[in-house]
Design a protein around this ligand. Structure first.
Ligand code: LMR
Length: 397
């Protein structure tokens, strides 16, 4: 049965974790996967999460099956976070939300559902995009194309190229957009540009699929949801995959959501019924722990305030690390202007390092980054930043 099975390549991001874990060097640094680590180099357990977990354990609750679409309080809290407390769409019952297995799980159930309702559509992702987007939509049976996004000359966005590609797509094309903190580049478009994107998507009758895995890592919770809210106000049917992996530091709990904006309450009920079939045949229903913890934090004013403060601390520390890296690279004699790193948002920096330079960083210094040159600045701290800056300076010589 398996004699013809070929060895698959390692995952471009999670495969780096495997290699990193197998590396015996004590000085190694993992700037590959998008995970925030604190000053001590550890993944934090947020205070708000710890409080909610404590209460949950003390309550000694049973662990029955959840509804297929997850915890109702969780789904409602997700909708408010994405669309705002006063969203008329929520009030009208037009938004469907299902708890999902992280942002990836949300994308997957969204893709599977789309394949049922829009089977012949192409899916357009940004060039470049998160490594898993293409594979995910291809595995759901879609042909995936890419629209221009990053401009390496300016370290910015080729906005004209992006807009004209969107303008050329056939009606029904699914357009995957990073709502904030673009992964892998860290380069976002402005609110004014988002308005233009919404206009083109609407005029061409495209299907927007917004991926928001870093809400709160750009400016703050509300500002980072601007693109989602612009699309929500556009009267389009919108897909949104969201994740609490990073913002709650709950990576391993696999806690995210898929939200779909429909035209009416009646349509929402029908869409949810079909989405439930997709979920049931994928993993039946979601796990209890992460969803209950996030729901408890988001529905308690005290825990929510603590969480927002902790999220702000993570955001500020990442910004300080960006600044520190730029300064140290300059101090190490690097001529190339790296100040663009300060303008990038979220966990990542598209550093401009070549695949060969990334290979040298790994082989000679035990510093792991994605072969595209993406580095996770959220994994820098005052202990490893000098080592990283000096190593980058050396491979750039
Ligand atoms: C990343 O881009 O590193 C994260 O989103 C983790 C992942 O699943 O790839």
């Amino acid at each position: 049965l398996f004699s013809a099975v070929e060895l698959a390549p390692r995952d471009p991001i999670l495969g780096l974790n495997e290699a990193f874990n197998a590396d015996a060097r004590t000085t190694k640094v993992n700037l590959g996967v998008g995970v925030y680590t604190n000053e001590e180099g550890k993944i934090p357990l947020l205070r708000a999460v710890r409080e909610a977990e404590k209460a949950r354990v003390e309550a000694g609750l049973p662990r029955g099956y959840l509804p297929i679409e997850g915890i109702a309080a969780y789904d409602a809290a997700v909708q408010k976070l994405l669309l705002g407390n006063d969203s008329p769409l929520i009030a009208a019952g037009r938004v469907v939300t299902a708890q999902a297995l992280g942002g990836t799980g949300a994308l997957k159930i969204g893709a599977d559902f789309l394949k049922r309702v829009n089977p012949n559509a192409k899916v357009a992702i940004s060039d470049p995009s998160w490594e898993n987007h293409r594979a995910l939509f291809e595995s759901a049976g879609f042909e995936v194309v890419a629209y221009p996004y990053y401009d390496a000359q300016t370290n910015g966005v080729n906005f004209e190229g992006m807009l004209s590609a969107l303008d050329g797509y056939a009606a029904g094309t699914v357009v995957v957009l990073h709502a904030c903190c673009h992964n892998p580049t860290g380069v976002d478009i402005s609110d004014a540009q988002w308005k233009q994107v919404v206009e083109v998507v609407k005029a061409r009758q495209l299907v927007p699929f917004l991926d928001i895995a870093y809400q709160g890592f750009g400016d703050d919770i509300e500002a980072d949801a601007a693109a989602v809210r612009l699309f929500a106000a556009s009267e389009l049917n919108v897909f949104v995959s969201s994740s609490f992996s990073k913002s709650f530091s709950l990576y391993g709990e696999r806690i995210g959501a898929l939200s779909i904006i429909t035209d009416s309450k009646d349509e929402a009920a029908r869409v949810l019924s079909q989405l439930k079939r997709v979920i049931r045949t994928n993993y039946s229903n979601p796990p209890t722990h992460g969803g209950s913890v996030v729901a408890a934090v988001l529905t308690s004013p005290e825990l929510r305030a603590t969480w927002e403060q902790e999220l702000g601390e993570m955001r500020d520390r990442i910004r300080a690390m960006r600044k520190g890296l730029v300064e140290r690279l300059k101090a190490a004699g690097v001529n190339r202007d790296f100040s663009f790193v300060n303008a990038q948002r979220g966990m990542f920096s598209y550093s401009g390092l070549s695949a060969a330079q990334v290979d040298r960083l790994r082989e000679e210094y035990g510093i792991y980054a994605v072969s595209t040159g993406r580095i996770c600045v959220a994994a820098l701290n005052t202990r490893n930043i000098d080592v990283v800056a000096n190593a980058v300076a050396n491979v750039l010589k």
